[in-house]
Each structure stands twice: as structure tokens, then as C-alpha cells.
Design a protein around this ligand. Structure first.
Ligand SMILES: [Zn+2]
Length: 722
């Protein structure tokens, strides 16, 4: 053995061996232990959260493999619609290629090329960390088989009457040109102005708004029913000439209105505010589109916006003009500086423009399951809504969250879940398998709120003549929701040997986006729960308690840490910090401790080896029995037994940090400091067998946590394998 443990050389050699196709295919008998890795974005690179989550999963995989269970750990990547598209768009721009100057097909070609070239970076990074996934197949959410799964699932939901198209105010990014789910919207505090003004000189109520330009589309003024100031106007419709646009404003009373904000009177803009759209539905208000999908004042006047002088202006330019005009007319009462939470796109950080558009939805409501034909059975799912299915799975204990507190978070979310907007106006993604009759498509542009007839829609693979496919692609989470079973044979033949899976280990911020949708999709499409346990790992913060993020400059690159300290050390450090009790404040000290521990293990092995060589001891010559003459040795095995039992119990309960800490202390402070020291004088053969046997068992305990050094010591020293 070398004097020093060379982690670089050892890890380099081993991870290449472990990355081979068939190394981690499930073997053995008994109840399989199955996990699907949360598929990282194909364009992504490893961050600390991945490193922690992958370590947790690998500890379980290696531990249960050691116990003899067939372990299947499914791996692959997600096509990550908007994230990938934005990344490739930026890369192309650097080469001087603009997305809107090339065809859709060309752009798609660029994305696939990009994926081939850079897409597997994260897979290599997972391998460097030592992840023992089943590499014989690396899934991708845009593979042909996966596309089949997506189409089948879509058709199933459609046939169940759960998919519908509707006009909705959605979060719209005028740069990415797509709708975003509420969960894809982020917030930023900004200084802005709150304008107090009247629509015209005769209008009796002063309203307050941060966005005067949208007031061109107002159809009501909302006040609180308790507000005495406005009581006499409630129920009236008052006309106003707002900078040239004629408005008919209904005065409505709704408890939702905050009496203390502004003047307590709100201009209601159904086309450009989610909250106002809800009011519009409640009080049957007209919706007038003011801003188009590029963030400019609309040029198409058929929708109700008659004033022409602002057409084509960017919203902010129109705002300035309107304020100027209101000031001239003396209609402005005051302008206040306020700090305001604005919503921004999570990809490009541009301000969100709430906008009405036609989108497709999956219904979560109980009354909506309504099969399209009588041959479609409802029996398997007993006519339950997706929401009910999702809630029951957890309430009944069939799916359990660890730590348990996340069940409440999950159930609260499901309790109030809204219909799921599944259409995105992107190029990269699963194109919706929806075909619409051509005449109907044309009509759609002429008549607003036109409800498409079932006969005008075809869902599936072989549309009849005269139908054309819609351009929208599906929300990335629609395909991710199928991950646990689309990777295990669905829709052809679900592999019941491995399904339902055993454990899903993931981050808390995707409980809503992903975990919930995987649960109800699996139940509805396969009749099975997707996994028995959901382990929600802690979040890693830096020393100041800030989120680790590369873009904020508060992140650390796990690969750099692996280069510096070794993968074992990184795994050790992250695991030791993961006690499951609270979130992790990351410190490099723990990783350094991991490197020291790897060296310690090496030194113990060397000590044993040297002892052996000095005495020309050959283990094969020794009559092996675990009955030692020296009672101290016999007693010591009880301690090791206990350590093994405690480790098993800890890992069953996902107490990774506690398990590792106990093993670490035992090896360092009990085995090395006491046992080896105290028996230095004993030169018997049985001591050699004793030390080697104990060390071998201890290495088995270390292996799931620090597989590189443990494997090396197990394979290359003469420690017997029992
Ligand atoms: Zn954007």
C-alpha cells in the first residue's frame, strides 16, 4: 500500500469503472429497492442541492445492495422546455444567430445539436460523485418511447374529459413569448410610483394604480362593500372619457378590495390582472385587451380598444404619455413613491405581463371527469378528481413524506389547487397531440370566447383530413409527471417488478410542481402509487444563511470541491451536515473532515497490513473461527453488531447524518484510538484475524457513504471477505 491515500487517482479510476453500462443493473433476490432520480435539466450542471440529493440516494442504493436486495436506480435527464430554449437562444445569439430570423425547424435542430454536445455534462458529474445509477439506460424526456408515454397520457386525460381549452389571464413573459405557471414566477422589490387620478373630470371617484396604461381596458371600479365613501355609487354604471378611450365603468362592491390601499377604489382590468379576471367572472364584466404579447399597446382594434394614439407603444411609453395628458387636464391628485413587489420571469427576469390568452388546462375539480364515450371506463379511478386522488394517496398513508411535516404542506396545496395550465408557447418540448378542424381554427380568430366543439378537436396520432396540429407545447412538468412510470415500461407494459418504486428523494420546492403531479398522474394512468416514501432533503444555505445560487454569487461548484477534496470527502461533509432536523448551513470544514477521515481509514489499513507483514502472517493458514481466546475480542463484536443495527435503523428513517456520525466516531475514537492502541502488545495470530474482521465490517458500513476509499481498501488490501 502507498504511504498516502491518493484520492484523485483512486476516484478517477473507480468512477470510470462504475460508469460502465452494466455495473449497477439490479441483481439478487427479494424485494427490489427502486428509485427514480429527479431528472436534472439536460442543460444543467451539478449544484450543491444535486450533490446532496444524489448522495442521499446513493447511500440508500449502496446500502440496500449490500444487504442483497436488487436495487434499481433509474437515471436520465429532463428536456426542461423553457430553460433549455433560453440557454440555446443565448448561445446562438453569441454566434450572431437570432432565433426569430431562423425557422422553427432550424431552431429545433440547433437545440438537438446543443443537447448532443453539452447535454450529458451533468451525467458525468453525477458519475464523478459516485452515483451508482443503472447506467445501462439513460432516459431522456424527449426520447421516442417517452413521447409515446406523453401522448398516451394526454389522450387518457382528454378522453376522461379532464382537458379543456379556455381564455385565461396567464403570467406572460414578453421576452420568452410564453405563459408561465404561478410557480415559475419570481418576485423582486422595486421602487415605483402609485398614481392617484380620476378617469375624467366628471368621474366621481379617484382611483390609484401603478399601471395607468392598463386603465384603457377598465370595465369597472371595485370598492369594499363596507366603505362608506363610495356606498352611493355601488350598482351604477358611469361612463368616462379616459384620455380619448370611452369607458363604461360599473361600480361593484367586493370584500376582496382593500380599503386602505390607495383610495380604496380599484380600476378593474379583466384582461391584464389575474385578480381582476376573477372579479370579471363574478360580475360579468367585459374584457378589453390593451397590451399585446410583445408588451406593446395593441394595434388590433376589434377587441374594444378604440383610442388610436397609443397603438404600438411599449407599455412604459404609453404610461408616460397618459400621465402627461392627465397632468395637463389636472386630473392627477397625487403621485406617491412606493416599494412594490413586481413579478418577474424566472428565466429572464423580465417583468411579467398578465394577459388573457387561450390556453389548455387539466381540471382538478371533482365534477369534471366526464368520459368522451361510454367505452371509456371510469371504474379504475372511481370517478374521483385528480385532486382527490392526490390527497387520498397521502391521507391514507400509502404515500408517506419524510419528514412528516411536508405532508401538511402537500395537503394544503392540493386542497386549494387550481386547474393546471399545461400549454406553453415554446418551440422546445412535447408538441400537444391536439388537432383542430381548419374551419374552426379560422373561426377562432373572428369570434372571441368561442368554445371549440368536440367534433372540431382530434386528439391522437392519425388526424382525419382537414385537421391541423396546434403549435403549443406541453408544460415541462406534464412530461416530468410521468417520470416514475414512463421510465418503467408505461405505456406498453409497466414493469410490475419495480413499480411502485420505493423511495423518491427530492427538494421541497418541487413538491407542488412535481411530486403532487406524479402522484395523481400515476394513480390515474396506472392505478398505482408512484412511490411509497418521499424523502424531502434539507436545503443548503451558505454561512450567512443565504440560498446557494450561482447567479447570486453565493453558490459553490461541487465539482471544484471534488477536485480539491475528493468525492468521498464531499459526500461525507454533506451527509454529516444532513441531520434532517434543520436546513444545512454549509461549511467546507466538514468536507475537510471527510478528507481526513479517508486518510484515517487508509492509515488503519496500512497499520494492519504492516503488522501482518512483519509477522509473515497468512490469513489463509489460520483456522478461522469467531471464538477468540481473548474475551475482549469476543465482546468487541457485540459493539460492532450494535453499530450495524443502529445504522440500519437510522437509514430506514433517512437519518443519514446521525448514521454517519456514529460510524465515524466509532472507527476513529473507539476502534483506532482504543482498540488498536490497547492491543498493540498482543502479537497473537488471533489478534490479526480480529482486527481484519472488524475492520472489514466497518468498511462495509462506511462504503455507502464513502464508496471510493472503502472499495479500494476492500479490494486491494488483504482484508478477508467473510
Ligand atoms: Zn422570460
Amino acid at each position: 500500500m502507498d504511504k498516502q491515500y491518493n484520492f484523485k487517482e483512486n476516484e478517477e479510476k473507480l468512477y470510470k469503472e462504475w460508469a460502465k453500462k452494466d455495473v449497477w443493473k439490479p441483481k439478487g433476490e427479494g424485494k427490489p429497492f427502486v428509485m427514480v432520480i429527479p431528472p436534472p435539466n439536460v442543460t444543467g450542471s451539478l449544484h450543491m442541492g444535486h450533490a446532496l440529493n444524489t448522495t442521499c440516494q446513493d447511500i440508500l442504493a449502496r446500502y440496500y445492495r449490500q444487504k442483497g436486495r436488487p436495487v434499481k436506480w433509474v437515471v436520465g435527464t429532463d428536456h426542461a422546455g423553457i430553460a433549455t430554449q433560453t440557454k440555446v437562444e443565448k448561445a446562438l445569439l453569441k454566434k450572431g444567430i437570432k432565433k426569430n430570423e431562423i425557422s422553427k425547424e432550424e431552431f429545433l435542430k440547433h437545440i438537438w445539436l446543443w443537447k448532443e454536445e453539452y447535454g450529458n455534462q451533468i451525467i458525468h458529474q453525477l458519475q464523478r460523485l459516485g452515483a451508482s445509477c443503472d447506467w445501462s439506460k439513460i432516459y431522456f424526456t424527449m426520447d421516442n418511447d417517452y413521447q409515446e408515454a406523453v401522448k398516451t397520457a394526454f389522450k387518457h386525460f382528454y378522453d376522461q374529459g379532464l382537458i379543456y381549452q379556455a381564455d385565461r389571464v396567464v403570467n406572460w413573459c414578453t421576452r420568452c413569448q410564453t405563459s408561465l405557471s404561478d410557480l415559475e414566477v419570481e418576485y423582486r422589490k422595486e421602487n415605483t410610483k402609485l398614481y392617484y387620478f380620476k378617469y375624467d373630470k366628471d368621474f366621481p371617484i379617484v382611483i390609484a394604480t401603478t399601471r395607468p396604461e392598463t386603465k384603457l381596458g377598465d370595465s369597472a371600479v371595485a370598492v369594499n362593500p363596507k366603505d362608506k365613501r363610495y356606498k352611493k355609487y355601488i350598482g351604477q354604471t358611469i361612463s368616462a372619457d379616459f384620455v380619448g378611450q370611452k369607458l363604461n365603468l360599473k361600480i361593484i362592491a367586493d370584500p376582496m378590495v382593500d380599503m386602505k390601499f390607495g383610495t380604496g377604489a380599484l380600476g378593474v382590468t379583466p384582461a391584464h390582472s389575474l385578480a381582476d379576471a376573477e372579479l370579471a367572472e363574478k360580475y360579468s364584466l367585459k374584457s378589453i385587451q390593451v397590451i399585446d404579447r410583445f408588451g406593446k399597446i395593441v394595434s388590433n382594434f376589434s377587441e374594444g380598444l378604440k383610442v388610436r394614439k397609443f397603438k404600438g407603444l411599449r407599455a412604459i411609453e404609453a404610461r408616460e404619455k397618459i400621465i402627461e395628458e392627465l397632468e395637463k387636464k389636472g386630473l392627477i391628485e397625487k403621485i406617491e413613491d412606493i416599494k412594490h413587489n413586481i413579478s418577474i420571469c424566472y428565466r429572464c427576469e423580465r417583468e411579467i405581463e398578465p394577459m388573457t390568452s387561450k390556453q389548455w388546462f387539466v381540471s382538478m375539480k371533482p365534477e369534471t371527469r366526464n368520459p368522451k364515450s361510454e367505452t371509456i371506463s371510469k371504474s379504475k379511478i372511481q370517478n374521483k378528481s385528480l385532486r382527490e386522488l392526490g390527497m387520498e394517496a397521502v391521507k391514507s398513508g400509502k404515500v408517506q413524506f419524510v419528514p412528516k411535516k411536508w405532508e401538511k404542506v402537500y395537503l394544503n396545496w392540493m386542497e386549494n389547487v387550481k386547474d393546471w395550465c399545461i400549454s406553453r408557447q415554446l418551440v422546445w418540448g412535447h408538441r400537444m397531440p391536439v388537432f383542430i378542424k381548419k374551419q374552426a381554427t379560422n373561426l377562432k380568430f373572428k369570434i372571441k370566447n368561442l368554445k371549440l366543439n368536440d367534433k372540431d378537436i382530434y386528439v391522437g396520432d392519425n388526424p382525419p383530413e382537414g385537421f391541423e396540429q396546434v403549435d403549443d407545447v406541453l408544460d415541462t412538468w406534464f412530461s416530468s409527471a410521468l417520470w416514475s412510470f414512463a421510465t418503467l415500461g408505461y405505456p406498453k407494459k409497466l414493469d410490475k417488478k419495480y413499480y411502485p418504486t420505493t423511495v423518491l428523494s427530492t427538494a421541497r420546492d418541487i413538491i407542488h410542481l412535481w411530486v403532487s403531479r406524479m402522484i395523481f398522474s400515476s394513480l390515474d394512468l396506472t392505478g398505482e402509487i408512484p412511490f411509497e416514501k418521499v424523502y424531502i432533503h434539507p436545503t443548503i444555505y451558505n454561512q450567512e444563511g443565504k440560498r446557494m445560487s450561482k447567479s447570486l454569487g453565493t453558490g459553490l461548484d461541487p465539482i471544484e470541491l471534488i477536485d480539491k477534496y475528493g468525492a468521498d470527502a464531499v459526500r461525507f461533509g454533506l451527509t454529516l451536515l444532513n441531520t434532517g432536523v434543520q436546513d444545512i448551513k454549509f461549511s467546507e470544514v466538514h468536507i475537510l473532515a471527510g478528507r481526513k477521515f479517508a486518510n484515517k481509514l487508509w492509515n488503519i489499513a496500512r497499520f494492519i497490513e504492516m503488522n501482518e507483514m512483519n509477522r509473515k502472517f497468512l490469513i489463509s493458514n489460520f483456522q478461522f473461527s469467531l471464538n477468540f481466546q481473548n474475551p475482549i475480542y469476543n465482546l468487541y463484536f457485540n459493539k460492532v453488531d450494535k453499530l450495524e443495527t443502529e445504522t440500519e435503523r437510522d437509514l430506514e428513517q433517512f437519518r443519514f447524518g446521525q448514521a454517519l456520525e456514529r460510524i465515524y466516531h466509532f472507527i476513529w475514537h473507539d476502534f483506532a484510538d482504543k482498540m488498536i492502541e490497547e492491543t498493540k502488545q498482543d502479537e497473537s495470530d488471533e489478534k490479526m484475524v480480529f482486527l481484519q474482521t472488524v475492520f472489514s465490517r466497518l468498511l462495509n458500513l462506511v462504503e455507502p457513504f464513502m464508496p471510493f476509499v472503502a472499495s479500494k481498501l476492500k479490494s486491494e488490501t488483504r482484508i478477508p471477505k467473510f
